[in-house]
Ligand binder design. Structure first.
Ligand code: 5AD
Ligand code: SF4
Length: 425
């Protein structure tokens, strides 16, 4: 979601006549989009701000702007700690970010009122809309369909920084898909904290997938992320029956202990989760199921952890993001007594990581010798980065002309997170 927001802000700045540079030292305006989901993400932002501040000491005109969840969570505290930050724009105002950045630039430099290269006046800021922007060609595009979250999982800061759940207008979403498709996009990735609860004027997520499937030039549709409590039979049937919808689902499990799931306020049991896995696998051939897991949640006992480890071995996820529990301000879990020492959280994380890596490698290896239809996304030094429908990266020799094409490849080699193949003639 942050990648999507960053792309949208950067695209809008380009529309207003800005140029993108590759290094911080070359920038007049540096925008840092931030994440608050774990403490580590915030630490990364602090160290980046430290570096930006050092640069500003010698490059006085540099504008430093902080946007996103951390900006929302901390507001003025950021400017108090980092005096050189010029503007803080929270996640709830992200659609206004580009406009505010341009306003700041215009205020600081009258010369910026006109684009120096073209001599054209700046775009009219009041007309500005992030929702319907014309993109450059890109075979894969993220598209935010929902903002915020109402679920209040007890560990999670998202509802506090991104606000209440809102489903965006279905017509706007489809219109944007069409604009992307006309500009060469082949794959759309719908984004939301829980796309399973999308509902705009009675149009649910299954209906949105169906409508998006009708856009001729779009050949692949992906979505994330999913909440097991809202993954309905109708939606599983829609995924199964719509050929453009890819056979990959990211279904965060978090834990397989019912006691921990309850304390996380996840509103499902492990047996419900296990049943969903079974139904998905029955109805969608070769579906790749990936997940998120938290280790060392307050009061997670050895027994609770062993239940999660057993589930990982039993389900055999195609991939898993595993996180050490990190208390976040304002959340319900932050007030719970946390009796799992940090070293133990790390130990449990490592055990799960080793197990999931072993399983992912075995699953990846089983693809060797098989043909796969991949979409070419990027090309660097004669190597195409492509993706299977079940969301596995495949590297093949090719050229930039292949970008955006669906190609048949034969898988020759497998690593945990990527495959290597040859184009089938
Ligand atoms: N500590 C650790 N992991 C967290 N996540 C969210 N909040 C926390 C936290 N406080 C993880 C969850 C979620 C993923 C995006 O981040 O697993 O699914
Ligand atoms: Fe956070 Fe839960 Fe909402 Fe996901 S569903 S964003 S984990 S509160």
């Amino acid at each position: 979601m942050n990648i999507c927001d960053s792309d949208a802000v950067s695209l809008s700045l380009l529309t207003f006549g800005a140029d993108k540079v590759n290094a911080l030292v070359d920038a007049d305006v540096a925008v840092l989009n931030t994440c608050s989901v774990r403490a580590q993400a915030e630490h990364k932002a602090y160290s980046w701000l430290g570096r930006a501040e050092e640069l500003k000491a010698v490059k006085k005109d540099l504008k430093i702007i902080v946007i996103g969840c951390m900006a929302q969570r901390l507001g003025d505290k950021i400017t108090k700690r980092f005096k050189s930050v010029d503007l803080v724009i929270g996640a709830k105002d992200i659609e206004e970010a580009a406009k505010k950045i341009i306003e700041l630039q215009n205020k600081n430099s009258k010369a910026q009122k006109t684009d120096a290269r073209s001599g054209k006046p700046d775009a009219d800021i009041s007309d500005f809309s992030l929702k319907l922007s014309t993109p450059s060609a890109n075979p894969v595009r993220y598209l935010t369909i929902m903002r915020g979250c109402d679920n209040y999982c007890s560990y999670c800061v998202v509802p506090f920084v991104r606000g209440n759940e809102i489903s965006l207008n279905c017509e706007d979403i489809l219109k944007q898909c069409e604009i992307y498709a006309e500009n060469g996009t082949k794959e759309i990735k719908f984004l939301g904290q829980n796309v399973n609860s999308y509902n705009y004027g009675g149009i649910n997520f299954a209906a949105l997938l169906e409508k998006a499937s009708e856009i001729e030039k779009i050949s692949r549709i992906r979505f994330m992320t999913n909440h097991p409590k809202d993954l309905s039979q109708d939606l599983i049937d829609a995924i199964a029956s719509l050929p453009k919808v890819c056979n990959h689902i990211h279904l965060p499990m978090q834990s397989a202990s019912d006691k921990i799931l309850q304390s996380m306020n996840r509103k499902y049991t492990y047996s419900h989760y296990r049943l969903l896995v079974e139904q998905l696998r029955k109805k969608i051939p070769d579906i790749n199921i990936t997940t998120d897991i938290i280790t060392g949640f307050p009061q997670e006992t050895q027994e609770d952890f062993q239940a999660t480890l057993r589930a990982v071995k039993d389900i055999r996820f195609g991939g898993a993001y595993i996180f050490r529990y990190s208390p976040r301000p304002n959340t319900a879990a932050a007030a719970m007594s946390d009796d799992v020492p940090i070293e133990e959280k790390k130990r449990r994380l490592q055990i799960l990581l080793d197990e999931t890596n072993k399983i992912s490698a075995e699953i990846a290896a089983s693809a060797v010798g098989r043909r796969r239809l991949v979409l070419a996304e990027k090309c660097e030094d004669g190597v195409l980065e492509t993706r299977t429908k079940d969301n596995r990266k495949v590297f093949v020799k090719g050229s930039p002309q292949d970008i955006g094409k669906e190609i048949d490849v034969l898988i020759a080699q497998a690593k945990i997170n990527s495959l290597f193949g040859e184009i089938c003639k």
